[in-house]
Design a protein around this ligand. Sequence first.
Ligand code: GRF
Length: 196
Amino acid sequence: MLVSGAGTNLQALLDACLSDSYGAEVVAVGADRDHIPALARAKAAGIPTFSLRVRDFPARDDWDRALTAACAEFKPDLIVLAGFMKLLGADFLARFGGRVINTHPALLPSFPGMHGARDALEYGAKVSGCTVFLVDAGTDSGPIIAQAAVPVHDDDDEAALHGRIKVAERALLVDTVGRLVRDGWSVQGRKVRIGS
Ligand code: GRF
């Protein structure tokens, strides 16, 4: 898994993995920064961690190659981005493309980018939610795997809406990762189908 922040989605997956019937295991957690709660959560669960900061590399492509190599060491079947605030580069996608998923706090294709909850609120949307999707080279533009809707309340601020979305997001991510790992998936054009 790749993370950048609080790691509540990571924690939900770690908790789900405690059950044998879930069928998945987190083999490593990587980050683009140090000293974040997400890495502490991984360490507390006994999961190997690594962190690679863009600014420690001469160029963005060098960082991307290092991230690719660090992930490859753990031979993951699936790479889950959960609150990972960096775009992946060409090397990473050449190596892992098609099995990298991300979670976004809005109903894509509405409100892509860094502030999905804020943007939906400012737009005046009455329903928002979360989207789990396959990562491609664009920003939140890959094929959609699963979505859940969440109401926007009249008196919501960004924190209230994002908090409500994150409750749904954790459940959706846990459910989706479990089904992908247990049942496999196929992609035709933009359509993702879980199972055979
Ligand atoms: C999630 O809402 C994710 O969609 C967004 O950042 C949040 C990360 O939350 N990009 P956490 O670090 O898993 O608690």
